[in-house]
Design a protein around this ligand. Structure first.
Ligand SMILES: Cc1ncc(COP(=O)(O)O)c(C=O)c1O
Length: 396
């Protein structure tokens, strides 16, 4: 299919395989979870309306982190009652918009959010369901830059910082959810379980005191294999999970992002130039850190393949760089690939999550085209920015 797309569309572009997304949803639905549960897609992983809508049609809700994501979730057809808002530093507008849309839960990450939620709900004659994202102080053993539940991290609130009696007194705010998300790409199932237990125990305690906690939001974080990682043992995870929730009546919400969409995505790029610099052979692509920033930001190298390559070919060492004026604009150093010539195409794999969603127009580069394909069919789900788009909203 990618070869067909290249004939029709100019690179660079992202393309997503619908079949792979379907398989991921089927996998999650096939897990033998012995308690009430729902999956909410973490939109930040890929906020394209077509992708959100596709997951909506498969029965998923959404977890959003801004008013923009909330708008996109609603626009994609997800019901407000199936949307939760998180966010470590929500703007007033994010909170007010979420209140008026009557979403399932606004999960606070700062005690100060309570005043605004309660006052604005009162002004609008509403009672707003909220959650608290707990920081359980757990190191998830993942990359430090994608860890979110350790002491010292900016996410969530430590339990000892919360005055639950004050929350109980609020008339226009009802605490119904506890939430935890300790990071991404977590392969140690025990870390997940430890984090889930922290909010199960707290919910049990609070409900004994008269609260009505109904929803436990266990976050996302399921890993996606790359060259080095060994994955999560879902069987062991499931066994423990069913045990800790035995005889509990909570509705559990999982918020996978990366797991649902990462493997479906490819970034297709053309080789503009090949340059010898000292001992290095550098491939310069028509994409860059503006289209895919994760290598530069986190030092995580995507899997790359040369299109039209034959597996038995002799391999050579290349550094693969982008076209932006930044020395750090490299996708991969010392990649082993068959001989590459100008106008060859490179395909980065498993970039369906946090790829396009983290792209920018830095160096005034148009954000790339996005295509969704299903077996032999495909459709454009985001057109490339035009040059005029790059000037939109600017006033001379
Ligand atoms: C609160 C919350 N839920 C879910 C996710 C999705 O995580 P992942 O893509 O690793 O599944 C994130 C990601 O940062 C998050 O902050």
């Amino acid at each position: 299919m990618i070869k067909e797309l290249i004939k029709e569309h100019q690179t660079p572009f992202y393309c997503y395989d619908n079949t792979i997304i379907n398989e991921k949803v089927s996998f999650l639905n096939s897990l033998n979870l012995e308690f009430k549960h729902n999956f909410y897609f973490a939109i930040k992983a890929n906020p394209n309306l077509a992708i959100i809508n596709l997951l909506k049609q498969k029965g998923l809700g959404a977890v959003v982190v801004s008013s923009g994501e909330l708008y996109k979730a609603l626009r994609s057809g997800i019901k407000p009652s199936e949307i939760m808002l998180n966010g470590s530093s929500k703007n007033d507008f994010d909170i007010k918009y979420a209140i008026t849309q009557k979403i399932r839960s606004i999960n606070i990450e700062n005690i100060d959010e309570l005043n605004l939620i309660n006052d604005y709900s009162k002004e609008k004659g509403l009672v707003t369901d909220i959650g608290i994202r707990i920081n359980p102080g757990i190191d998830p053993n993942t990359l430090s830059k994608i860890s979110t539940g350790k002491s010292g991290d900016k996410f969530g609130i430590q339990i000892d910082q919360i005055n639950f009696d004050d929350i109980q007194k609020l008339e226009n705010t009802k605490l119904k959810t506890l939430s935890v998300h300790i990071g991404s790409q977590i392969v140690d199932y025990k870390k997940f379980i430890e984090s889930y237990k922290s909010i199960i125990n707290l919910a049990d305690e609070l409900n004994q005191k008269g609260f009505k906690i109904q929803y436990l939001d266990f976050g996302g974080g399921f890993p996606v294999l790359d060259q080095k990682s060994k994955g999560l043992d879902f069987d062991l995870w499931l066994l423990e999970l069913n045990l800790i929730l035995k005889n509990k009546q909570y509705d559990i919400i999982f918020e996978p992002g990366r797991f649902l969409v990462a493997n479906s995505g490819f970034l297709v790029s053309r080789v503009n130039y090949i340059k010898q610099s000292g001992s290095k052979k550098i491939i310069l692509l028509d994409s860059s850190m503006s289209e895919y920033i994760r290598s530069t930001l986190y030092g995580i190298e995507p899997i790359v393949e040369l299109l039209h390559a034959n597996n038995n070919e002799e391999k050579f060492e290349y550094d693969i760089a982008g076209g932006v004026c930044e020395s750090s604009d490299f996708f991969i150093r010392d990649a082993l690939l068959p001989k590459i010539i100008k106008n060859d195409f490179l395909v980065f794999k498993n970039v369906g999550a946090y790829g396009s969603s983290m792209s920018s127009t830095y160096n005034s580069r148009p954000r790339p085209l996005e295509i969704l394909f299903n077996k032999n069919e495909h459709r454009v789900i985001r057109s490339r920015d035009t040059l005029e788009d790059l000037c939109k909203n600017e006033i001379m």
